[in-house]
Design a protein around this ligand. Structure first.
Ligand SMILES: [Ca+2]
Ligand SMILES: [Ca+2]
Length: 236
């Protein structure tokens, strides 16, 4: 699921750019490793040394320092046989021992009933608690259709607390999401990739306490390649 997104916005100074990150670095104290997903397993490499970091299969992961101690944790959604939707959300503490990452599970919650497809983390509001995104696929009390929905939690140091369990951003289909301080607000905004029939667009939203407010919506694209192509050509 780490398919698309890495977005840099340059709107009135910002552009969107989507690509698939193959490697992701993780900082554990003074040490940095490259980690990557292959055949649903998570691996790390440092120099020539490679290792499997987590022994369970996963469908998505995010590296993020959720407790602000300068060592990044690994958040995952486990693979349960389905390529689209996963099972548990797990937080792994990390330690660097002799050029190897040693992980320790510190939290696990079963999300299988609401079909999780993506995990991410961000700082939506500078409130001192990391914000965790879990993309789920379900209906709601008011909307009976099963579709991708954005669920946000905060990490209080021990567990997940519900923050904003959204039905949707817009009536377009939520395809992917990433976070960053695209507008120099001092906190992260959500950049979402949306689809309707054969059309795509990118929208940027900031969290305003009881929901998200739109800051930007791109023009409509016919396919993902044209989004990539267009934004690659812009010099920034
Ligand atoms: Ca940490
Ligand atoms: Ca927060």
């Amino acid at each position: 699921m780490k398919k698309l997104l890495f977005i840099i916005i340059l709107l009135t100074g910002a552009v969107c750019y989507l690509r698939q990150p193959e490697y992701c670095s993780i900082a554990i104290g003074q040490n940095t490793y490259e980690i990557y997903e292959k055949n649903n397993y998570l691996y790390a490499k440092k120099g020539y040394k490679k290792q499997k970091v987590i022994h369970e299969k996963i469908i998505d992961y995010k590296v993020y320092d959720i407790d602000g101690d300068q060592t990044e944790e690994i958040l995952v959604i486990t693979h349960i046989g389905d390529q689209l939707y996963g099972g548990d959300f797990i937080v792994f503490d990390t330690e660097s021992v002799k050029d190897q990452i040693v992980t320790k599970e510190i939290y696990r919650e079963d999300f299988s009933a609401i079909k999780p497809w993506k995990v991410s983390a961000c700082n939506l509001d500078n409130d001192g608690e990391a914000d965790i995104f879990i993309g789920v696929h379900k209906d709601t009390v008011f909307y009976k259709d099963e579709r991708n929905r954005p669920f946000f939690y905060s990490w209080d140091g021990k567990s997940l607390k519900k923050k904003w369990l959204g039905s949707f951003f817009t009536d377009w289909e939520l395809v992917d999401i990433t976070f960053g301080d695209f507008f120099n607000l001092g906190y992260d905004a959500a950049a979402i990739l949306e689809k309707r029939n054969d059309e795509y667009r990118v929208g940027i939203y900031k969290f305003i306490g009881f929901g998200f407010e739109n800051m930007y919506t791109s023009k409509i694209y016919r396919d993902l390649n044209s989004i990539r192509k267009e934004y690659r050509n812009i010099n920034y």
